[in-house]
Write a protein that binds this ligand. Structure first.
Ligand SMILES: Nc1ncnc2c1ncn2[C@@H]1O[C@H](COP(=O)(O)OP(=O)(O)OP(=O)(O)O)[C@@H](O)[C@H]1O
Length: 284
């Protein structure tokens, strides 16, 4: 790839659609994608300690953005900023701007419960509720009033399980407890639970770290399918996983976003020496 092509790859353009201006960003398949999440100069503090320093990034829709970097560099902290999960941590303070489609997510008037439905999260360790498989998926749509009848609710549950590639495996035991499933199935159940409330963005914090290689492959396959419809951000310790599932990669080090861009470029021709050193295994 020539430097000019590389530049084009990361070019941001402003386009006009339905009379509205929107920004796009390029992914390695050369398709411009609309930017959904925008962060500008985000700083995060835990008490006196600063964990993130002036992080700015654009996150596009219909693509997977991977956050990579050594342990403690702030990947999860930044992920949690995107759906205000840091609000739940005593002493955590976030400043700077984070917006979804131009809407400030830290606006005090914003309903945080609603925000967490729009920006769903899947955690490192599968954490289904100690309820039936059906209830795990039905819970969110029910509390958010997304179904007007029992049959509508059933439809949401079935569709979500199908989208999470789990339905065929559980269709005969929807009323058994979710915690009885295998780890990989539990993680796909948690993904179905996130999907059930029709999120716009799905955040995943090392979603495969507790899974064996076969379950990991299934979840990665699912992430690849989901990106057709969602904006996905994944924190991963595995550079191989970032390379397999993401279209854009952001490398964090010591609380700083060192570099971000199309995944193939970050891995094959990083701009920063620190990125190069990390991806070639010189530290981490
Ligand atoms: N709840 C918390 N209270 C205080 N400090 C925290 C808290 N969570 C994270 N930190 C600190 O913030 C920094 C960034 O941590 P974070 O968990 O975001 O990093 P990470 O890159 O996701 O690490 P890992 O890959 O090990 O999960 C670290 O120094 C960590 O000790």
């Amino acid at each position: 790839m020539t430097p000019a092509e590389a530049e084009a790859e990361v070019a941001r353009t402003v386009k006009q659609r339905d009379g509205e201006k929107f920004q796009t960003i390029r992914t390695p398949d050369a398709q411009p994608r609309q930017i959904r999440v925008k962060a500008e100069d985000v700083n995060v503090f835990y008490g006196q300690k600063q964990a993130l320093f002036n992080v700015s990034i654009d996150i596009p829709e219909k693509a997977v953005t991977a956050f990579i970097g050594p342990s403690g560099c702030g990947k999860s902290t930044f992920l949690r900023c995107i759906n205000r999960m840091n609000d739940t941590i005593d002493g955590a303070r976030v400043d700077g701007l984070i917006a979804l489609d131009g809407e400030d997510l830290y606006d005090p008037k914003l309903d945080v419960v609603e925000l967490r439905a729009r920006i769903g999260m899947v955690f490192q360790k599968p954490n289904p509720f100690p309820k039936t498989i059906f209830e795990n998926v039905a819970y969110g749509p029910r509390i958010h009033g997304l179904a007007r009848s029992k049959s509508e609710l059933e439809e949401i549950v079935v569709t979500s399980l199908k989208k999470a590639s789990l339905f065929e495996e559980v269709k005969d035991r929807l009323y058994e407890v979710g915690t009885g499933l295998s780890g990989g199935q539990q993680q796909r159940l948690c993904i179905a639970r996130a999907i059930a409330v029709s999120p716009e963005v799905i955040l995943m914090d090392e979603p495969c770290s507790a899974l064996d290689p076969i379950a990991t492959a299934k979840v990665e396959e699912l992430i690849d399918e989901l990106r057709e419809n969602y904006t996905i951000v994944i924190v991963t310790h595995s550079m191989q996983q970032a390379a397999r599932v993401s279209q854009r990669t952001a490398f964090f080090h010591l609380g700083v976003l060192v570099e971000e861009g199309p995944t193939d470029m970050v891995f094959t021709s990083p701009k920063e020496k620190r990125t190069q050193d990390y991806i070639t295994g010189r530290f981490g």
